[in-house]
Design a binder for this molecule. Structure first.
Ligand SMILES: NC(=O)c1ccc[n+]([C@@H]2O[C@H](COP(=O)([O-])OP(=O)(O)OC[C@H]3O[C@@H](n4cnc5c(N)ncnc54)[C@H](O)[C@@H]3O)[C@@H](O)[C@H]2O)c1
Length: 169
């Protein structure tokens, strides 16, 4: 929640309404862990990737991460199932971002791919949603050109794995 407030505070044109729904695009190394983090923090998460196999793999990683967090007392054991139930896997980008307040893209590092995805995210996400990229080194100022809302696009690069970042706690 603090991290989301931080993101919201980054731009004066971005309001501070309550965020409840997050769309995570890409369910690989970073995407599954971002989804885990948001779910642990109480957000409804739609996790999107290009295949059911990738989503099944990601949900397995998420379950393993949650179990480990409970074992290490980072979260309570009773929090594991509710967190898991807040993550909804889908291969449909429109479904993943259609009701999202915040969308975080975690696909491979390539301007063309990220611009294509930002174009689709822009087309399907609510007009006031924030669109973020977890890119390590690509410029958000270049990626946001694919959208009609550059003022609502942000870079949100995280440590790997995002769920371990101490400043989220
Ligand atoms: N791995 C790291 O340590 C790390 C750390 C910080 C930031 N990043 C950044 O995070 C981003 C993702 O990196 P990663 O390591 O998670 O990559 P990854 O290869 O593990 O995962 C990428 C996922 O995106 C999916 N994907 C590809 N095309 C897609 C599409 N059109 N729609 C939806 N999903 C699609 C792939 O199937 C895959 O599951 C990159 O921009 C990278 O620079 C990575």
């Amino acid at each position: 929640m603090r991290a989301m407030t931080h993101l919201v505070n980054m731009g004066s044109s971005i309001d501070s309404r309550n965020f409840t729904r997050v769309g995570c695009v890409g369910a690989g190394v970073m995407g599954h862990s971002w989804a885990t983090l948001f779910a642990v923090k109480g957000y409804q998460v739609a996790l999107q990737d290009i295949s059911e196999d990738n989503l099944e793999r990601a949900m397995g990683w998420i379950k393993t991460a949650l179990d480990l967090m409970a074992e290490k007392t980072v979260i309570q054991l009773s929090e594991v199932k509710p967190a898991l139930s807040r993550i909804h896997p889908t291969t449909d980008l429109g479904e993943a971002v259609g009701e999202a307040d915040f969308v975080l893209e975690s696909v491979y590092e390539d301007y063309g791919a990220k611009r294509d995805i930002f174009r689709d995210m822009d087309a399907h996400a609510p007009e006031d949603a924030i669109l973020a990229t977890g890119s390590s080194w690509l410029l958000i100022t270049e990626i946001q050109k694919a959208t009609g809302r550059p003022e609502r696009c942000v870079g949100a690069h995280g440590f790997n794995p995002p769920i371990s970042c101490p400043w989220w706690r």
